[in-house]
Design a protein around this ligand. Structure first.
Ligand code: MLT
Length: 264
């Protein structure tokens, strides 16, 4: 584990003596996607979240990120804040980071919550799509890419109901840095496959997936959950890929109940 002080933007809420939870956001968002969960959990848990390198308020650097360097960053935060066996909660790209972090060093963690994510690495088709998106950012700009990508992350209902949260996420993401976004696309394209580790996971696990998630659909997450010993799987009604935002109360309640069952 790294012992260097991290330069990432870290946000902590609640009493550091309480059980820690680390929230890892998805792409191309920032830590604020967990605001609703943290608001509800902060009185009983020490809630830690951060902006993944290249996104939000974290430094961009050279944009040469890997899934391994993202896990290094997460470990550095755990080390710096001296978190004792935090529960790790990641959505989508945050889920890739979380799964790989647990595979690398499971003894660091007290539990795992995965939202709208997958263990499989990118297929050839997926890698080609990432390359096309990088080309699109180079030719048409990051705003163009983001304005095409974000609508796929929400259920059609969330968008047509003019969900205020949808507009918030879209507007924030439109300001993402092109180097940071391209770096994340490359890191995701180059990540390893963690599927063979699922059956070895030995910490309590909760998996949540929006019923209308078009990027990481419920049937693929249910298959993942089936491979993790004693994992709990929940479908989030009325939500797409951004379940913690689209149906915040359902997700928060499931997380609360899951955390309540963990040993102190
Ligand atoms: C995310 O929400 O983090 C992304 O959709 C993940 C991905 O593009 O694979």
């Amino acid at each position: 584990m790294s012992t260097e002080k991290t330069d990432l933007a870290i946000f902590t809420t609640g009493n550091p003596n309480n059980k820690p939870i680390v929230f890892v956001h998805g792409f191309p968002y920032d830590h604020t996607m967990w605001n609703k969960q943290i608001d509800e959990l902060k009185s009983h848990y020490y809630c830690v979240t951060y902006d993944i390198r290249g996104l939000g308020e974290s430094p961009i650097g050279d944009g040469q990120y890997t899934m391994e360097s993202f896990v290094d960053d997460l470990e550095a935060i755990i080390n710096e804040l001296k978190l004792d066996k935090p529960v790790l909660c990641g959505l989508s790209m945050g889920g890739y980071i979380s799964l790989r972090a647990v595979e690398r060093n499971e003894s660091l963690f007290g539990g795992l919550i995965l939202c709208d994510t997958r263990s499989a690495s990118d297929t050839n088709e997926g890698k080609i799509k990432r390359a096309e998106n990088i080309k699109k950012i180079n030719t048409l700009g990051v705003k163009h890419f983001v304005s095409e990508f974000v609508p796929h992350c929400f259920s059609v209902k969330s968008i047509t109901d003019a969900n205020e949260e949808y507009s918030k996420v879209l507007n924030k993401s439109l300001n993402s840095n092109a180097i940071g976004v391209k770096g994340c696309l490359l890191a995701m394209a180059g990540r390893t496959d963690t599927t063979s580790y699922l059956s070895k996971i030995n910490i309590p696990s909760l998996l949540l997936c929006g019923e209308d998630d078009r990027l990481t659909p419920p049937d693929s997450m249910e298959l993942m959950a089936g491979q993790i010993p004693n994992a709990q799987f929940e479908i989030v009604p009325g939500a797409g890929h951004m379940a913690p935002i689209e149906n915040a109360s359902f997700v928060t309640n499931k997380i609360k109940k899951f955390l309540g069952r963990l040993p102190l």
